[in-house]
Write a protein that binds this ligand. Structure first.
Ligand code: ZN
Ligand code: ZN
Length: 442
């Protein structure tokens, strides 16, 4: 509560000083027009008015937050606190090269850029909430859509506004920051919309596919935005290292994304061509897909013999490289073609070797491990430990659960308070009754 109190105190002090100054100028000049002119031309008063402007801007931000987001979760508040510092320094470094051009108005724009940057973090948190929670608060969608729309409109406003000083380096950087943010907003909104569709229609499974393609497109677009700004800098015979860094980051993102897309299509091709369709007899034998628990009419068979829906196992393979049932590795590179009937008859099943941590999936384990096999087991163990993406997801889940525990604790505290009051009342009532009883028997 320290921040809101301090915030209110600064506002009140500023307002008091302004009122005092107004009263003073009226007392000196005695009439409204001349005192207003005196008031408006005084340097100190202008500073006070500017502080009031910044203050009102922050108040607006707080109001918007209340309307569009409501109560923030604990994890959101923590992220907000962390991102505020990060965003401020990030943007400060970007703008530091243009410090000679800074005026009060450009300072306001700088503040707006920081605010929008912080808002971006909040949007990502909202999206995460949509993707993770089964039950969402009331009006969540309406508020979230309004939130995205507001941020998008703010970006559009800043892009069409005349940013002073015109054609300055400050203007270029500000524009590129806002353009990048508009792209982020659009990307997050598309993901948000897809999450909603996924919730309403669980049979729709193309979300992750669309997402990896979108990632590449948006990285590329952001790369162009920053490169354009860099080119403007170059025309003015100057250079910004932080801009160069941003270009490199986006370019790397584009390449990494393209790699994922390539892997995805490769995998899809391999699955279509090289993993056989399950036969009717196999489907009859195990009719339920273990991934989605749904009935199977058609299915794909992995080298280990387990069968799943095509879409289910495709989405699974995007994240994991082993069979969901027996954890046998799924070879995604150079998958051997499904065995022909003659091959199968000759005893060559065409299955890749099944080696995994904690045992052998394919048949009886051999008595002695070869050195190569031991090495592969160790390597796989190290890979499993270094699976940072999974760890990250788990960490987030833990944070989320912590938040819920905190909420529950608060509810319990409230209930406890009510119960204690009730007990106190009951005790008093019992006391009264006992007294009455004593009087009656006495
Ligand atoms: Zn399935
Ligand atoms: Zn299996």
């Amino acid at each position: 509560m320290i921040v809101p109190t301090g915030f209110a105190l600064i506002g009140a002090a500023n307002m008091l000083l302004l009122l005092f100054s107004m009263a003073h100028s009226y007392r000196v000049y005695g009439e409204l027009y001349r005192s207003t002119v005196f008031f408006a031309t005084n340097k100190n008063n202008i500073l006070l008015l500017q502080i009031l402007g910044v203050y009102l801007l922050l108040c607006c931000a707080v109001c918007f937050k209340g309307i569009l987001l409501g109560e923030l979760r604990i994890i959101e508040r923590e992220n907000l606190r962390k991102s505020m510092g990060d965003v401020f320094f990030d943007i400060f470094i970007s703008f530091s090269i243009v410090r000679k051009e800074v005026t009060f108005l450009s300072l306001l724009f700088f503040l707006a850029a920081v605010l929008l940057g912080v808002v971006k973090g909040l949007m990502a948190d909202r999206l995460e909430l949509t993707e993770q929670r089964d039950i969402l608060p009331r009006y969540f969608y309406h508020r979230a859509v309004l939130f995205f729309w507001t941020v998008g409109s703010a970006c559009a406003f800043f892009l069409t506004a005349n940013i002073p000083p015109r054609d300055s380096l400050f203007c270029f950087i500000f524009r590129s920051e806002v353009e990048a943010l508009l792209l982020d907003t659009l990307q997050l909104f598309i993901r948000f919309a897809m999450s909603i569709v996924e919730r309403k229609r669980p049979e729709w499974t193309a979300k992750s596919t669309v997402q990896i393609h979108l990632d590449v497109v948006f990285h590329l677009l952001r790369f162009f935005v920053h490169t354009k700004c860099l080119a403007s800098f170059y025309r003015k015979r100057t250079m910004s290292l932080s801009l160069v860094k941003k270009c490199i980051v986006e370019l790397k993102g584009t390449f990494d994304g393209a790699q994922s897309v390539r892997k995805f299509w490769q995998l899809l091709y391999q699955m279509r061509r090289k993993y056989p369709d399950a036969t009717e007899a196999e489907i009859r034998e195990s009719p339920t897909c273990l991934i989605c628990r749904g009935e199977m009419e058609t299915a794909k068979k992995l080298p280990c013999g387990h069968i799943f829906h095509f879409e289910c196992i495709r989405m699974w393979i995007e994240r994991q490289q082993f069979c969901p049932t027996c954890r046998a590795p799924i070879a995604t590179r150079n998958v051997r073609a499904a065995p022909t009937q003659t091959e199968a008859a000759q005893g060559d099943t065409g299955e890749p070797e099944h080696i995994q941590l904690g045992g052998f999936a394919g048949g009886e384990p051999p008595d002695v491990l070869t050195e190569e096999q031991v090495e592969r087991i160790v390597v796989r163990g190290v890979q499993a430990e270094g699976n940072t993406a999974q760890t990250e997801a788990l960490r987030r889940e833990v944070e989320e659960l912590k938040g819920r525990v905190e909420e529950l604790r608060r509810v319990i505290e409230e209930v406890k308070g009510v119960m204690e009051k009730e007990i106190e009342q009951l005790r008093r009532r019992v006391g009264e009754l006992e007294k009455k009883d004593g009087v009656l028997t006495g």
